[in-house]
Ligand binder design. Structure first.
Ligand SMILES: Nc1ncnc2c1ncn2[C@@H]1O[C@H](COP(=O)(O)OP(=O)(O)OP(=O)(O)O)[C@@H](O)[C@H]1O
Length: 579
């Protein structure tokens, strides 16, 4: 079966090749633009040296027609060139937005959610940069030899002045890079890290406010912000200093070409027309270099954004199948599963194996930190196992194409997060809502009446700031979302943590309904009440299966207090029971 979306390296290489083609085309257009930019100085030269001397209106008219035609062509080519950059920016966004978002989501599972928003910010930065005038300046600078050659053609001294001016600007450019690049890069990295940290922390605004944590957090942020601002100030100050020197130098260069021209005219070596034309040509020759020095900050920021996007795409380890897998109704096989978080020192899941049949309900219990939630995430294919795998009817749940896997699985994580949208949209998993399936899921989860009591019923928006769902309400709506379309595999991580007796009864009825429909249900719970309905129990301890078997075979583990107590004398090996 075809595996994975386009690998990052192939995607990046394809994009770079496309960009090289786009830049070559834009470079050709820049060549035309630069040639046509000679129109004004040439027109001035001809008017001075021919029209005024010959007093010929016909010559003036002819020159005017040619010049206006050339300028119209210049405008057209300039427009086409800007459209080329616009198209390149749009291709970048269209090709990278989704892969970058996917990479950000999968990286967020391991490293936190800041990655996703940063990836979008970086792509926007790149898009603006490519569509801006800054990217055109090196292409214009490339053709500066044309202007230099024309200056030499006017007089070798004009050429020398032009060449010297160019070298001085290049030197200023190198100095500017040396003085500003590092400071700007560090300021950018610190800015990105600090925004990510602040946005991650702000998700816990309630805790921050309730426990008066803001002053402590503010001083932490302030320290980082100050470090960032110091680097930014340093880089910007140096950049502005060089930009001021550049501007003053350019004016001095303009003066020197005038002075040189005056000497040459006095000595009758050039005509008066060349003086004006040479001055304009020198301006054109130096303009792109001047702009590059002024825009250098944009280049540094764009390079940093591209580096982050490229690294994010290349770091994406999740390679899923791209072809949807058909619906199945078979065993769930967990085979020698081992998982160690990236960068973490401990192995959280250490060789877990067991099998469940359709229609079976498993209670997954164990002390805090035993690895229950991690095992649940591995089962629903959120995390990639280091060794072994999870197979539903023989299909690997990690590799499964996510769209079709979504139809097969219902997952209620420990901390339920409803997405921005209505209750109906949330239950329908943000797809086009199917009213019948929504009502069915709500009925099975026992939340239809609860939703009916909300301000706008199923159309109540969970992001509405005037209204807030309680923890139990969120959990029960999350259960309806997990049961939407009655999936084949339902994984519920502490679904009764916030439930009252009525909610717990609804949960038990929902689990029974899922069992009757032939679904495999995995239930993680500390409270013993819901454990009475499970068929099998798996006790996880320090990432290993301590016991696994029918509920009746595992005695003494569920006490009224919900504490798991094992009878070490009667272990039931996992493989023996599942066989
Ligand atoms: N991404 C991760 N990076 C580092 N350690 C992790 C990661 N995910 C889980 N762990 C560690 O794995 C262990 C098991 O965590 P897990 O959340 O699976 O436990 P649990 O059995 O569900 O606990 P609880 O009953 O308290 O919810 C913990 O020690 C946790 O710190």
């Amino acid at each position: 079966m075809k595996v994975a979306t386009q690998p990052a390296d192939v995607l990046i290489r394809g994009l770079q090749r496309g960009f090289a083609g786009g830049l070559a085309y834009a470079a050709f257009l820049s060549f035309c633009v630069n040639i046509l930019l000679l129109t004004v100085p040439m027109f001035m030269l001809q008017v001075q040296d021919r029209v005024i001397v010959s007093r010929s209106y016909d010559t003036l008219t002819m020159l005017l027609v040619i010049a206006v035609g050339a300028l119209a062509l210049y405008g057209t080519i300039e427009f086409i060139r800007s459209l080329t950059f616009q198209a390149m920016a749009s291709i970048l966004a269209r090709r990278l937005n989704l892969p970058a978002l996917q990479a950000a989501v999968s990286t967020s599972l391991e490293k936190g959610s800041g990655q996703a928003t940063q990836a979008i910010r970086d792509l926007n930065e790149l898009r603006y940069f490519i569509a801006s005038s800054a990217i055109a300046t090196p292409l214009e600078a490339m053709w500066s030899p044309i202007f230099l050659a024309v200056l030499f053609a006017f007089h070798w001294i004009y050429g020398l002045v032009g060449l010297a001016s160019l070298l001085i600007l290049l030197l200023l450019g190198v100095v500017s890079d040396m003085l500003t690049r590092r400071a700007l890069k560090e300021a950018n990295e610190e800015g990105v890290a600090s925004i990510n940290e602040i946005s991650a922390t702000l998700r816990h605004a309630e805790t921050i406010e309730a426990m008066g944590m803001l002053p402590a957090l503010s001083s932490r942020w302030r320290a980082k912000q100050i470090a960032m601002l110091e680097h930014l100030d340093l880089g910007t100050r140096r950049g502005k200093f060089i930009a001021a020197i550049t501007r003053a130098s350019r004016m001095t260069m303009q003066l020197s070409i005038y002075a040189t021209g005056a000497v040459l005219i006095i000595r009758h070596e050039v005509s008066a027309g060349t003086l004006m034309a040479a001055s304009i040509l020198l301006g054109r020759l130096l303009a792109p270099f001047d702009s590059m020095i002024t825009d250098w900050r944009q280049w540094v920021l764009a390079a940093a954004a591209w580096k982050r996007v490229r690294e994010l795409l290349q770091s994406q380890s999740s390679q899923r199948q791209s072809v949807p897998t058909p619906a199945t109704q078979g065993d769930l096989v967990i085979d020698r599963l081992v998982y160690a978080p990236k960068g973490g020192e401990q192995t959280v899941i250490k060789g877990v194996s067991f099998t469940l049949e359709p229609g079976e309900v498993l209670g997954l219990v164990g002390p805090s930190g035993a690895g229950k939630s991690t095992l649940a995430r591995l089962i629903v294919g959120v995390l990639k196992p280091n060794v072994g795998g999870v197979y539903l009817d023989g299909h690997n749940t990690y590799l499964w194409e996510r769209g079709s896997f979504g139809d097969m699985v219902g997952y209620l994580p420990q901390s339920v997060s409803l997405l921005d949208g209505t209750i109906a949209e949330n239950i329908a998993r943000m797809r086009k809502p199917d009213p019948h399936a929504i009502l069915e899921a709500a009925r099975i989860a026992g939340v239809h009446e609860l939703i009916g009591r909300l301000p706008l019923g199923y159309d109540t928006n969970v992001a509405d700031s005037d209204f807030k769902l309680s923890g139990g309400q969120r959990q029960r709506i999350g259960l309806a979302r997990a049961l939407y379309g009655m999936p084949r595999l339902v994984v519920l991580d502490e679904p009764n943590a916030n439930l009252d007796t009525e909610g717990e009864q609804s949960l038990i009825r929902a689990i029974n309904a899922a069992r009757e429909s032939g679904a495999i249900v995995i239930l993680i719970a500390h409270r013993p009440s819901v454990m009475q309905i499970v068929d099998k129990i798996l006790v996880l301890r320090e990432g290993r299966v301590a016991q696994f078997g029918p509920r009746s075979a595992i005695s003494g583990m569920i006490t009224p207090a919900g504490v798991v107590e094992l009878e070490p004398s009667k272990p039931v090996p996992a493989r023996e029971v599942s066989a």
